[in-house]
Write a protein that binds this ligand. Structure first.
Ligand code: UDP
Length: 480
């Protein structure tokens, strides 16, 4: 009989910290809970990872192997206007021969290949080596529904999605507001739209989808994948909601002073401000944010990066590089005035460690899904400041459905959010009545999340079903 201990799973991660982190956490979970051997293969571009400690996650060293594929050079294939999704797809495409040779040279051939949504073109490699194949979407069921349904919307809807008067309808699911569509759907004439449609068409060719969500968080959308309507006929195989998978608190790191400062602050009194691995703000927005934080008279920790002159996701492939010890783009005298209440962290912070500190009471976040889950599992309500990818969708889920976030009236990618509004939002979650309700809601969500991982919990069961599926497929192949 085959057991999970006999399995070897390979996971391909596309570049980007928001992609690699959930892959490493999943690898760890498969190894720790099911004793599966896991090889993580990372597509690289030659840029160093911002957090060298990351790979020291308490990975089960004997079971998890981490391989950085040789760097790909895509400079001849992209220009200054090439969007992130296009770049990601090209990077992985260029790395496919490297993935092929890495797998071909393995002593113990993997039984299954997991890819993230940018790795769906690895499908023929999985077929060639007789591997079961799964897509790991480290995001919501809602986003996944939109992705696999977009090829249908593509045929149904004329003109740009953002210009539609009516909400976009996905059968059995929540509607999507036109202004919430994911970045690659913003402009149907851009190459990244074609790449996205391709991903949507390829996902249903796999054997299953893993999602970093859980039953209680998205019951309706998860049901829509199961029931007998269009979505379930598009995706004709199991969905495994196995979340929330978040990484453990980072080991002691580069900024002990910050943690000591947090230790001295009252419980739930500090707001953490950070826009993920890729997020950047304009010069004008940074000024307004600085004023807003100062006017709110709340304590804060702000992960600060120089202003972007271009896109709001400009740090995505270059995250954490460079330091910024002397920011000259802040309001005059700001650093002196906030000395006792605010801390600035240049470029990159130990986010999980900070969020889980008892003094943190709010998170101003770009709503990347990892950050969102880290906030929920740390009991921290959110000021939703969506910037790129599927973050507008996440922000809507957090504000409208889960009641754990406030968000500005304007879209921060379209208009500058003014200092008064920022001040108000910060006060709302840190000291307002609404903040108390949101804190309560987030605590309930966290309890549900923890339960999902208990022995009889939904995510634990999903994970066991997934492992069983791999075992059965392996058995079919070797004829057991
Ligand atoms: N992160 C971090 N320090 C930072 C910025 C980001 O540790 O200064 C981590 C964060 O904890 C999360 C990941 O990087 O795990 C970012 O993923 P997310 O999905 O939130 O957003 P993305 O960066 O992909 O937009």
């Amino acid at each position: 009989d085959i057991s999970s201990k006999d399995l070897h799973v390979a996971i391909l991660s596309s570049p980007g910290m928001g992609h690699l982190i959930p892959v490493l956490v999943l690898a760890n979970r498969l190894a720790a809970s099911h004793k599966i051997k896991v090889t993580v293969l990372l597509v690289t571009t030659g840029v160093a990872l911002p957090e060298s400690n990351l790979l020291k996650l308490p990975l089960d060293q004997s079971l998890v192997e981490f391989i950085e594929l040789p760097p790909v050079d895509i400079s001849h294939l992209v220009g200054p206007s090439t969007q992130v999704v296009t770049q990601l797809c090209i990077m992985v495409r260029e790395a496919l021969p490297l993935l092929h040779s890495a797998i071909a040279s393995m002593d113990r051939r993997p039984d299954a290949l997991f890819v993230d949504p940018f790795g769906t073109e690895a499908l023929p490699i999985a077929a060639e080596f007789n591997m079961a194949k799964y897509v790991y979407v480290p995001s919501t069921a809602w986003f996944t529904a939109l992705t696999v349904y977009c090829p249908v919307l593509d045929k149904e809807i004329q003109g740009q999605f953002v210009d539609q008067q009516e909400h976009l309808k996905i059968p059995g699911c929540k509607v999507v507001r036109p202004e919430d569509v994911v970045d690659p759907m913003l402009d149907r004439n851009d190459q990244q739209y074609n790449e996205y449609i391709k991903i949507g068409k390829q996902i249903p060719l796999f054997d299953g989808i893993l999602l970093n969500t859980w039953e209680e968080l998205e019951p309706k959308t998860l049901q829509a994948f199961k029931e007998n309507h269009i979505l379930s006929s598009l995706v004709n195989f199991p969905i495994y909601p196995i979340g929330p998978l978040t990484r453990p608190i980072e080991p002691a790191g580069s900024d002990p002073d910050l943690i000591q400062w947090l230790d001295k602050q009252p419980n739930e009194s500090v707001i953490f401000v950070s826009f993920g691995s890729g997020g950047m703000l304009s010069a004008q927005q940074i000024i307004e944010l600085a004023w807003g934080l100062e006017l709110s008279q709340q304590r804060f920790v702000w992960v600060i990066r120089p202003p972007t002159k271009g896109r709001v996701d400009d740090a995505f492939f270059n995250v954490g590089n460079g330091s910024d010890d002397n920011p000259d783009y802040l309001p005059d005298g700001f650093l002196t005035r906030i000395r006792d209440v605010g801390k600035l962290v240049p470029m990159w912070a130990q986010q999980v460690k900070i969020l889980s500190h008892p003094s943190i009471g709010g998170f101003m976040s770009h709503c990347g899904w990892n950050s969102t889950l880290e906030s929920i599992t740390s009991d921290v309500p959110i000021i939703a400041w969506p910037l790129y990818a599927e973050q507008r969708l996440n922000a809507t889920l957090l504000t409208k459905e889960l009641g754990v976030a406030v968000r500005p009236k304007v879209l921060p990618t379209k208009e500058v959010v003014g200092r008064e509004e920022i001040e108000k939002m910060v006060r709302t979650i840190m000291e307002g009545k609404e903040g108390v309700v949101m804190r309560d809601n987030v605590k309930k969500l966290k309890i549900g999340a923890m339960n999902a991982h208990e022995n009889n919990g939904s995510s634990y069961k999903s994970m066991c079903e997934l492992v069983m599926d791999i075992i059965v497929r392996k058995g079919d192949i070797i004829g057991v």
